[in-house]
Design a protein around this ligand. Structure first.
Ligand SMILES: [Zn+2]
Ligand SMILES: [Zn+2]
Length: 157
């Protein structure tokens, strides 16, 4: 890379960097700062310093999902309802996502728990399988999942 390009590159990277709070954090992982003897959430202080006071009924949402980030550019004032909605979405998968085990999530591949969190149907099924097998047979059958996979493959043709 040329020096110019490096500089341009770094400028862009820095612009989106999280400013990670290294001071005290509360039990939820948010940065805490003491101002005039009172505890404040560091990211709220950072937001107010950049954009002005936070309106009543609004909470500060981390767009970057890094709880101890205090970069005002990563923060947005949203209503509590909107924040909860985003929190739910962030906890789960959506159609088009790839789960931790590499399954591409299509329509019908999502399982929604009562909590609103979503998970991969494929992973959930294999998880239930191994749980059941462990209970039913401790010694006899050692490879039930392989058999299931072969069966599934045969069925799929
Ligand atoms: Zn951030
Ligand atoms: Zn999966």
């Amino acid at each position: 890379m040329t020096t110019e390009l490096t500089a341009a590159f770094q400028a862009k990277v820095r612009a989106s960097d999280c400013l990670v709070w290294i001071g005290a954090t509360n039990n939820q992982g948010y940065g805490v700062i003491v101002v005039e003897g009172k505890h404040h959430l560091a990211h709220r202080v950072a937001f107010a310093a950049e954009f002005g006071p936070i309106a009543d009924g609004y909470v500060i949402d981390h767009l970057c999902r890094v709880r101890n980030c205090v970069n005002p550019m990563h923060l947005e004032a949203v209503t509590t309802a909107e924040n909860n909605r985003r929190g739910r979405r962030a906890r789960g998968l959506a159609v088009g996502d790839t789960c931790n085990n590499g399954h591409v999530i299509g329509e019908g591949d999502l399982y929604e728990r009562s909590s609103g969190a979503t998970e991969c149907q494929h992973c959930r099924r294999s998880c239930n399988h191994s749980g059941k097998d462990r209970k039913r047979s401790t010694t006899q059958r050692r490879a039930p999942r392989v058999l299931d996979d072969l069966e599934a493959a045969a069925r799929a043709g």
